[in-house]
Write a protein that binds this ligand. Structure first.
Ligand SMILES: [Cu+2]
Length: 245
């Protein structure tokens, strides 16, 4: 009994010693861990974007062809300095050189993609890098597709932003669409570079509610699919009127 008591005392005094010692270390520990966690937390918020290479903004969209088949992705990114890039990964294209632009409406209905409108040109200048006042903000270099039909390219887009508050923002009221044409852009012909028809497209940003092009895409799809629920809501509104009477 005595032994165990002594052991207890020894242990508890040891604990005291440790207990005395620990606050000192804890202060250090908590100080450093706080500092660590602060660094970590700032790191974390940065690292979320850091994993995406510090993108301030990004938008990844699916590219479709005239048959509405998915042929790849277009990944738009903007770093903290406002440098916008497009990483284009496509497959199944025919070998060739094709005009490529960002167009001014965020709609792309196959097969023609005509609803994407004209080139994105918020500064109202001429088309093409070889024009006097151009190029359009949405003008891009021709896309070169090799014999394998694959594209894996990073393209700088110098005169736009993904920042909805910024100038020449791709998040414009009418939205924006990436279009790949069937012919090469000659960089001079007005207003389109004589790039032919449209063989592929990717809506980058859809038209916003205040746009005349706004289609409430998801909702309208929903209501088309759920015509039953539309009926019910009609009934509900009818019964509302009934009850109001
Ligand atoms: Cu175009």
């Amino acid at each position: 009994m005595k032994k165990s008591l002594r052991q207890f005392i020894t242990l508890s005094s040891l604990g005291l010693v440790l207990g005395l010692a620990t606050p000192v270390t804890t202060i250090h520990a908590s100080d450093s861990s706080e500092a660590d966690s602060q660094v970590e937390s700032t790191d974390e918020s940065e690292s979320t974007s850091q994993t995406e290479e510090e993108y301030a903004f990004e938008k990844k969209v699916t590219v479709i062809n005239n048959d509405e088949e998915e042929i790849g992705t277009a990944h738009f990114t903007e770093d903290a300095e406002g440098n916008v890039q497009l990483h284009l990964e496509l497959s199944g294209l025919e070998e060739g050189e094709y005009g490529m632009h960002i167009h001014e409406v965020g709609l792309a209905t196959a097969p023609t993609f005509e609803d994407a409108g004209s080139h994105f040109n918020p500064e109202d200048v001429e088309h093409g890098t070889e024009s006097e006042t151009g190029p359009h903000a949405g003008d891009l270099p021709n896309l070169i597709v090799g014999a394998d039909g694959e594209v894996d390219e990073i393209i700088d887009i110098p005169n736009v932003t993904l920042d909805p508050e910024g100038e020449n923002s791709l998040q414009s009221v009418d939205g924006t669409t990436l279009i790949i044409h069937t012919e090469a852009d000659d960089y001079t012909s007005q207003p389109t570079g004589d790039a032919g028809d449209r063989q592929a497209a990717a809506v980058i940003f859809e038209p916003q509610e205040e746009s005349e092009h706004y289609q409430a895409s998801d909702d309208s799809e929903m209501s088309q699919e759920d015509s039953e629920s539309e009926d019910t809501s009609d009934e509900a509104s009818e019964s509302d009127t009934d009850s109001a009477e």
